[in-house]
Design a protein around this ligand. Structure first.
Ligand code: GLN
Ligand code: ZN
Length: 763
């Protein structure tokens, strides 16, 4: 009857073994063979965890990134690394991470330094992939060794493997033509490599190949739709069966196209596209496999198994052997094992499922479908009890919060007066010079800070000791800023581990895992906080720190908060209410904090929205709706203050062109953005739009240890002044300085302040 399978498994390891292995290797502390052995061990563990499945993914493991793996499989290496004569794995890391000429002693003669490949978001997830690079001359040459090796490993382990391949159309779509040529024109050259790959996989014993084409859930231009027809026609009648995998959204207008392609099966993400199950079945020829992604591969909640069975049982009766079930997408986006969690709130823990638990759920569904629900009764009852407990829990449902959100009014999102009037009042109060200088919030997180925090967490340092240590750091930051002559100061964020976690820890409705790591890119992982219940703020979160910092100086001290949209987008969110509702709850909590800061005499308050753009839906048709509630949430958080209080917001590197109207709607008095690497060209969007409020375009790249010169900053600000009237410009770095050393920060900011003075004299 039903076949179970999985689209991909997290490769980082339950305890981040791959991360630590990679970093050891990169530091030269372990050998290449040791790293390769670790990779093999992780694959073996992952397959062992998936042994209950009828088909397990092969080739989903990657040392750094699955897209980069695909580029190497297809022989599409950037020209700058093609002359390399060392080990292929080292070359792979050179594309992933880049290498400065100095560090590449071994290969100084052949290749010198190379720039890292560009990285960008994998669809609407927080995973980042290495962008394939194309030019009009790109050619492809298959290297299937990775698949051959891993299929052999799987076979030796008794696993029935299903190779996972990124489909040709999605592969081209993900890449970037460096010479602005038409990347789709490469399709005829690309397809033979795929045909050869499929033949190789068949020769290695693969019956099915999962071919991932997630671009099918986005709006495709006609040429891209045509590319699907061309590509899959080239594979028709080939030696393996193809499961065309779509995920992260609905097929919508692409559904008929999918039904038309000559593949043997189609995977649909029913978490996002439950309504497309019937049309897909109706549209597909009667011999096709229908794979339904019924377990959410993007979040950490238990599946309501009875709820799924209610609609799946009839579908199974209809499809018989043709039905496959799986998670909605690769489990790459969830942590590995809930059982690792020893300290997680026991009640909330019962409601959760990480990758391994999701596979257990899949297995329960399979038993119920094959043998009837009674055969899975114990597991189904336990699941039902957990789902009901969560639904009814007073920890999840807080009537006061629900009432507050229900009674939100448009007025609460509006300032008292328009920007021009506010600006006049703020300027009278703050008395800032032209080209005011400030920083984005954090100062270096020194070894002492980290030590004090970990000692405090471990109980080795008491509350008073911790407070004193943090106050000392704040004092140092204030003294340094006064000596530098900055105009609007910050407290430096010494007490914050992370800009989202810090707030999540103080809000009701959040829990934190110990090992809930998810790969962000390469060896980098994030541990998103888990937003499980209605959000409330039991007490002020930042006021005492900021009040203390303000007490040390006569200069304005900037209050520093993370905005509701960013907190939401960097968390695991609830699946029992729309994201917009959770966001409004967060907005009310931040609003209360903003008002408390104002009451404490803080005149300038920054609300960071670094992740605003990250939440954009995959389909443009849905952007408007997202931006409406996201901007409204920011406005609710920010706008409960008087005209005299100056609201800042900050965004890291981002495209602004297509969302500039939303940025303007946020109506922050001042927005600081990351611009230095774009040579101020990012400001064109603000110029074209006639953005009305103040802007602080970042004047130096905080990711680099380089010290910017005064002349360079002056030059950048002149460019900025060609686009934004000088009287509305601020001078600040690109982002927070927490990853830098004081020894870098002092000279950099000295030059920045000097540049502002020069600009004032010339104004
Ligand atoms: N205020 C934060 C900081 O300075 C902002 C960080 C960010 O934008 N990512 O660290
Ligand atoms: Zn930033």
């Amino acid at each position: 009857m039903v076949t179970t399978h999985n689209l991909g498994f997290p490769r980082i390891g339950a305890k981040r073994e791959l991360k630590f292995g990679l970093e050891r290797y990169w530091r030269g502390e372990s050998s290449r063979d040791e790293l390769k052995a670790l990779g093999a061990r992780l694959r073996q563990l992952n397959w062992a965890s998936q042994k209950g499945l009828d088909l397990a993914p092969v080739g989903d493991f990657a040392f750094y990134d699955q897209v980069l793996d695909m580029s190497f499989t297809l022989g599409n290496l950037p020209a700058r690394v093609q002359g390399f004569h060392g080990d292929a794995l080292d070359n792979y890391f050179r594309v992933a991470r880049g290498r400065s000429a100095g560090a590449a002693e071994e290969h100084a003669a052949c290749c010198g330094g190379v720039a890292a490949g560009e990285m960008t978001k994998w669809f609407d997830t927080n995973y980042h992939y290495i962008v394939p690079e194309f030019t009009a001359d790109t050619t492809f040459k298959l290297d299937a060794s990775r698949y051959v090796e891993q299929l052999a490993e799987a076979r030796a382990q008794g696993v029935k493997g299903k190779p996972v391949v990124i489909g040709p159309v999605t592969y081209l779509w993900l890449g970037k033509a460096k010479d602005d040529s038409d990347k789709l024109a490469l399709l005829p050259r690309l397809l033979p490599a795929y045909v050869e790959l499929l033949a190789t996989l068949a020769a290695q014993g693969a019956e099915w190949v999962q071919i991932d084409e997630p671009v099918l859930v986005t709006e495709l231009a006609p040429a891209w739709r045509e590319a699907f027809r061309t590509a899959y026609a080239a594979f028709a009648g080939g030696p393996v069966k193809l499961l065309l995998a779509t995920y992260f959204g609905q097929l919508q207008e692409n559904l008929p196209l999918v039904c038309e392609l000559p593949v043997q099966g189609v995977h649909l993400d029913t978490v996002n596209a439950r309504g497309e199950v019937e049309p897909l079945i109706a549209g597909l020829p009667a011999d096709r496999v229908v794979s339904l992604g019924v377990i959410n591969g993007r979040n950490i909640w238990k599946t309501d198994l009875d709820g799924v069975l209610d609609w799946l049982v009839p579908v199974a009766a209809q499809l018989g052997e043709r039905l496959w079930i799986a998670p909605s997408c690769s489990l790459l986006h969830v942590p590995v094992d809930l059982d690792s969690e020893q300290k997680l709130d026991a009640e909330v823990k019962q409601w959760l499922a990480f990758a391994l638990q999701k596979l257990d759920e899949l297995n329960v569904l399979a038993i119920a479908l094959r043998e009837g629900r009674a055969a899975a009764q114990a597991a189904l009852s336990a699941n039902h009890a957990a789902i009901e407990a969560r639904r009814a829990s007073p920890r999840v449902n807080n009537p006061a919060v629900k009432k507050a959100v229900a009674s939100l009014t448009a007025d609460m999102g509006r300032r008292q007066h328009a920007y021009a009037e506010r600006a006049a009042k703020q300027s009278a109060l703050l008395k800032l010079p032209a080209f005011p200088t400030t920083t984005i919030g954090s100062f270096p997180q020194t070894a002492e800070i980290r030590q004090a925090r970990s000692q405090y967490k471990a109980g080795a340092l008491d509350e008073a000791g911790y407070l004193a240590a943090m106050r000392a750091e704040i004092g140092r930051s204030v003294r340094e800023q006064e000596a530098l002559g900055l105009d609007v100061l910050v407290h430096g964020e010494a007490e914050r581990n992370d800009m989202v976690e810090y707030f999540g820890e103080q809000l009701e409705g959040y829990v934190f895992s110990q090992f809930g790591w998810v790969q962000s890119y390469g060896s980098r992982c994030v541990k998103p906080p888990i937003l499980f219940g209605d959000i409330s703020r039991p007490r002020a979160m930042t006021v005492e720190w900021i009040r203390y910092a303000q007490s040390l100086t006569d200069k304005p001290m900037k209050g520093m908060l993370t905005g509701p949209v960013t907190i939401l987008n960097w968390s695991f969110v609830r699946d029992d209410q729309p994201r917009s509702v959770s966001c409004r709850q967060l907005a009310l909590a931040i609003r209360a904090e903003v008002q408390d800061l104002e009451r404490a005499g803080i005149r300038v308050i920054q609300i960071d929205e670094a992740a605003l753009r990250e939440g954009l839906p995959l389909r443009r048709a849905q952007w408007r709706e997202y931006l409406d509630w996201a901007v409204e949430s920011f406005r609710i958080a920010a706008n409960g203050v008087g005209d005299e209080t100056q609201i800042h917001t900050h965004m890291c590197y981002s495209e602004f062109n297509d969302i500039i109207h939303a940025i303007a709607d946020m109506d922050a008095d001042v927005i600081t953005i990351e611009t230095s690497r774009s040579d101020m060209e990012l400001l064109d969007a603000f110029d074209d739009f006639k953005y009305p409020n103040e802007i602080g375009p970042g004047v130096y790249d905080i990711h680099s240890p380089n010290i910017p010169t005064e002349a360079h900053i002056v030059q950048l600000m002149r460019k900025a002044a060609e686009r934004v009237p000088a009287e509305r410009l601020w001078v600040n770095p690109d982002c927070g300085l927490k990853t830098r050393q004081w020894a870098e920060v002092i000279p950099a900011l000295t030059n920045m302040v000097a540049a502002a003075r020069t600009l004032r004299q010339q104004a």
